[in-house]
Design a protein around this ligand. Structure first.
Ligand code: ARG
Length: 460
């Protein structure tokens, strides 16, 4: 067996079970690119500070480039007995270039190294998620543009409430996604500080330049406190919190579309490309992708909870427990990327059943609140107009008709303030036209919203 990189004080090796239990190479090899990038920056700094020679630096750089090539061509052997990505790469570098490689870990610990890698990895992951968020926003805005003028029932308590433009409803999701993106950007800004040079926990007596490595790796600045630098995991807690909120938003979008695709609603028809069938019921066409978007939100939240529990009560500074921080983050990122991608594809693959929606609109007295506003315009106090319209609705319920089908005499018998202009307020089409407050579902307000997103997302 090969001696461990840390083996000096040990007389015997670990048991196989311990080796299998403590390894992280099976998952942290995902950090290889960032590990190599960090090591190259570190070697450059060591050379600049006179801690290694320029020749050592060059051979470390060339060796690391070769290792990256081997990894990417599937020619690299990841070894469990070398524990993790950091020691696999360092040991392979030693095999490749010899003595110079043994100087790479000068003024560095795996504790600051792993966090440098992980922060770099998270930064890239956030950028990838931001691209997918925008992609979904674009898909939703395009869907809105395609369905201009379509009125749908708006719900509260899942009961019919007021008529709204479909565009308005779709743009509500676009707004949520914009805040999701904002949370990720905030998180990225806060995590973009460099732990490298914090070493094990206390820093080093060697003359390193942490500002140089920080800048080379695109960080804002080195972290101020070396103990904090190797202990902190709140950057991933924040990242997974942001992902969890996005996931919850997507689960609500998923639920909306699953509901709308049901026979009972029948508002949308997803294309075959985003539907799946049943192994027993030949007629079935299910919106499984959006059900799984709803379902996978559980994983993303679970990943956050795993990390929260992992960090609870840990003493300063590094503890091996923290090796468990990677898999929930990898899982959260992979899952949220899939959820965003599939939601966008679903948005591109649904048609709204205009006739069906049209037929459904008269039910539920969606214009009742607009009628109450009509009475307010006539000088009736709102509480009184609410009561008057409530009585008109009761008449409709007993006659199984709509408000617009009541005659002027019938309306006047409830309250004489009704006039023939009342019919301009009744029916969903009229009702929608009356909305005019900022942010409302009135067509001009919605057009303004849509313009905002078309410009912001660069669509024309
Ligand atoms: N694989 C370890 C991790 O992910 C690297 C740090 C190990 N440090 C140590 N002192 N054992 O946390």
């Amino acid at each position: 067996k090969e001696a461990k990189l840390w083996g000096g004080r040990f007389e015997e090796g670990v048991t196989d079970a311990v080796e299998r239990f403590t390894e992280s190479i099976s998952f942290d090899k995902a950090l290889y690119k960032h590990d190599i990038r960090g090591s190259k920056a570190h070697a450059s700094m060591l050379a600049k500070q006179g801690l290694i020679t320029d020749e050592d630096r060059d051979s470390i750089h060339d060796g690391l480039t070769e290792i990256q090539r081997r990894i990417e061509n599937g020619e690299f052997e990841w070894r469990t007995d070398r524990e993790d990505v950091h020691m696999n790469i360092e040991a392979a570098l030693t095999d490749l270039i010899g003595e110079a490689a043994k100087k790479l870990h000068t003024a560095r610990s795996r504790n600051d190294q792993v966090l440098t890698d992980f922060r770099l990895w998270c930064r890239d992951a956030i950028d990838a998620i931001l691209v997918q968020i925008k992609h979904l926003q674009v898909s939703l805005v395009r869907l809105a543009i395609k369905n201009e003028g379509l009125i749908v029932p708006g719900y509260t308590h899942l009961q019919r409430a007021q008529p709204v433009l479909l565009q308005h409803l779709l743009l509500a999701f676009v707004e949520q996604l914009e805040r999701d993106a904002g949370r990720l950007l905030d998180c990225k800004e806060r995590l973009n500080f460099c732990p490298l040079g914090a070493c094990a926990l206390a820093g080093t007596g060697l003359p390193i330049d942490r500002f140089m490595t920080s800048a080379a790796l695109g960080f804002t600045a080195p972290m101020r406190n070396s103990i904090d630098a190797v202990s902190d995991r709140d950057f991933v807690l924040e990242f997974l919190s942001a992902n969890s909120i996005t996931a919850i938003h997507l689960s609500r979008l998923g639920e909306e579309w699953v509901l709308w695709a049901s026979e009972e609603f029948g508002f949308i028809t997803p294309s075959d490309a985003v539907s799946t069938g049943s192994s027993i019921m030949p007629q079935k066409k299910n919106p499984d992708p959006m059900e799984l978007v709803r379902g996978k939100s559980a994983r993303v939240v679970g990943d956050l909870v795993t990390l929260l529990m992992l960090c609870k009560g840990l003493p300063l500074a590094y503890n091996r427990d923290l090796q468990e921080d990677k898999e929930p983050v990898f899982d959260s990122v992979k899952t949220i990327l899939g959820m965003l991608e599939v939601s966008a594809e679903f948005a591109q693959n649904i048609t709204f059943n205009k006739e069906r929606i049209q037929k459904a609109l008269p039910a539920g007295h969606l214009d009742a609140t607009t009628l109450a506003d009509y009475l307010v315009n006539k000088g009736v106090p709102f509480r009184t107009s609410h009561d008057i319209v409530g009585r008109a609705v009761a008449v409709c319920v007993s006659k199984s008709c709509q408000l617009q089908e009541l005659s002027l005499d019938e309306l006047r018998s409830i309250n004489p303030v009704f006039d023939k202009d009342v019919y301009e307020f009744l029916g969903v089409e009229n009702a929608v036209k009356k909305f005019r407050s900022y942010g409302s579902t009135g067509s001009e307000c919605v057009a303004t919203q849509l313009d905002h997103w078309v410009t912001k997302l660069g669509l024309t």
